[in-house]
Design a protein around this ligand. Structure first.
Ligand code: NAD
Length: 499
């Protein structure tokens, strides 16, 4: 039987792609192709950009209060349809339904933040910067913006971008991951139902051809990207080459430092969720534990016993703690990393290779995997694995641990587990990472703060959502004004005025 082919969403309508290229969307729990997605071509992107450009003046001039009201209605519709979005995310990505619902909720919170846009767009005003002269600033939209998103958060990561861009008066083209496009298409329908004018949000699933067309397109003014580091770097350099503003978030290797005074039960439980939730396919997953001094033995014993108890199965089955990974090639890559860890001399404490789930033998499962005695020259330390593989490195001192985190090229998130306020204070001061947890394993900032890493985890300077998101999607204009009285005479003055 031929599979359903998803549409594009252009100018407020489901639209057929003119591309002949398609990709299968595979349910990773079963390995079955469930539907197909067109890979948007240059012509499709041209149509989306034209629609977004045409409606921009109308949307820019729609009052922020009205834009905020549409966002509020959108938030209500997202809440009413949260289960459907979670189900789509789970089906295409593989994560458990509870995890998918949580990530949809975190996306909805960005919409909630963006709905307050009249307040967020207030500029500054200074009266009498000179005699009779006032100065004020305005935040104005940049125009047509585009977002390119990864497979691992089918609803949440797109919602880091388009609600804020649109709230600020921009129009938007979303290029979701071709592996998980359904949530984005459904959200676009819901936004229309909430009252969004046609063309303000367009969704064009696709691959490199679609991305490259957006990057080079003269009518696209800003690019937001989330994905792997090599692609993030490419997006940053190419978008900058074409004169666009760009924020490009990349991969991660997040370390948790565990000090000997930590509560090991609490810490091991926290690390379980952070390492194995979403099968380790989170950019904020803790993949690396740095155990200081005698923390190592106690912690590894607890991690082992907890990891062995995790239930792996399809995301829609309530008893599953952890679902499959995204694809067969990705599963094989993860298994290759585990093989390399063994070959390079790390101690394999829990082995997730070769796992078969009854009834789902063709699914892409890797069980929770734990390595001890890993060193920094091993491949499993140096590379982002993006799977359910947790590695433990042992060091003697807190200094060594901090130095290890600060020497790593990635700097997305990190966490410290301790009972010492002094150690925690030193950590927040000295650690060179964008998002920091203190006894919090996955320190994802709430929507009203900004999300982003440092170093190879983010190219650009403004992070996602929160006020940095508002600044990314607006241009600041500063106006200096003077209204001379009709009888006021000003003599010509060729020197730099000093007010
Ligand atoms: P990816 O880089 O393969 O793909 C991301 C997006 O870029 C997709 O839309 C894809 O179609 C597109 N793309 C892929 N290759 C391209 C190319 N050569 N040229 C142009 N576009 C291309 O990433 P992924 O596998 O979908 O997602 C996993 C990665 O994303 C991990 O590295 C993870 O750490 C990272 N990630 C980072 C964050 C963060 O906030 N820093 C959040 C989520 C995921």
């Amino acid at each position: 039987m031929s599979k359903q082919v998803l549409p594009l969403w252009i100018n407020g309508q489901r639209t057929e792609s003119t591309s002949l290229r398609r990709a299968d969307i595979i349910n990773p729990a079963s390995g079955e192709a469930i539907r197909q997605v067109p890979l948007a071509n240059r012509e499709d992107i041209e149509r989306a950009v034209a629609a977004a450009k045409a409606v921009f003046p109308l949307w820019r001039d729609t009052t922020p209060l009205r834009r905020g009201r549409i966002l509020n209605r959108f938030r209500e519709l997202l809440e009413a349809n949260r289960d459907e979005l979670a189900q789509l995310a789970s089906e295409e990505h593989g994560k458990t339904l509870a995890d998918a619902a949580g990530s949809v909720q975190r996306g909805i919170e960005v919409v909630e933040f963006a709905a307050g846009v009249p307040h967020l767009l207030k500029g500054e005003h200074s009266e009498n910067v000179g005699r009779g002269v006032d100065c004020y600033s305005m935040l104005q939209p940049v125009g047509v913006c585009a977002g390119i998103t990864p497979f691992n958060f089918p609803a949440m990561v797109p919602m880091w971008m388009f609600p804020i861009a649109i709230a600020c008066g921009n129009t938007f083209i979303l290029k979701p991951s071709e592996k998980v496009p359904s949530c984005s298409l459904r959200m676009a329908e819901l936004f229309k139902e909430a009252g969004l004018p046609d063309g303000v949000l367009n969704v064009v699933p696709g691959d490199k051809e679609a991305v490259d067309t957006l990057l080079a397109h003269p009518d696209v003014r800003a690019i937001s990207f989330v994905g792997s580091t090599p692609v993030a770097k490419y997006i940053y350099e190419t978008a900058a080459h074409y004169g666009k503003r760009v924020q490009a978030l990349g991969g991660a290797k997040n370390h948790a430092i565990v000090l000997p005074d930590a509560d090991f039960d609490f810490t091991a439980d926290a690390i379980m969720g952070a390492a194995y939730g979403s099968a380790g396919e989170r950019c904020m997953a803790i993949s690396t534990v740095v155990a200081v001094g005698e923390a190592g033995d106690a912690l590894v014993a607890k991690l082992k016993s907890k990891a062995e108890k995790l239930v792996v199965g399809p995301g829609h089955v309530a008893s599953s703690d952890m679902g499959p990974v995204i694809s067969a090639p990705h599963r094989d890559k993860i298994v290759g990393y585990i093989d390399s860890g063994v070959e390079q001399g790390a101690k394999l404490v829990v082995d997730g290779r070769g796992l078969k789930v009854a009834g789902y033998e063709n699914g892409y499962y890797v069980g929770p995997t734990l390595f001890d005695n890993v060193s920094t020259n091993m491949t499993i330390y140096k590379e982002e694995i993006f799977g359910p593989v947790l590695i433990v490195l042992r060091v003697n001192t807190y200094d060594e641990a901090i130095n290890m985190v600060n020497s790593n090229p990635y700097a997305n998130g990190t966490a410290l587990f301790t009972r010492s306020g002094g150690a925690a204070r030193r950590f927040q001061n000295e650690i060179e990472v964008g998002m920091v947890g203190i006894n919090v394993p996955i320190p994802v900032p709430m929507a009203f703060f900004s999300f982003g890493g440092w170093k190879s985890s983010l190219f650009g300077d403004l992070h996602m959502h929160g006020m940095e998101g508002v600044y990314f999607y607006t241009r600041t204009k500063v106006i200096t004004s003077r209204w001379p009285a009709s009888d006021e005479h000003v003599s010509p003055n060729l020197a730099m005025p000093t007010l």
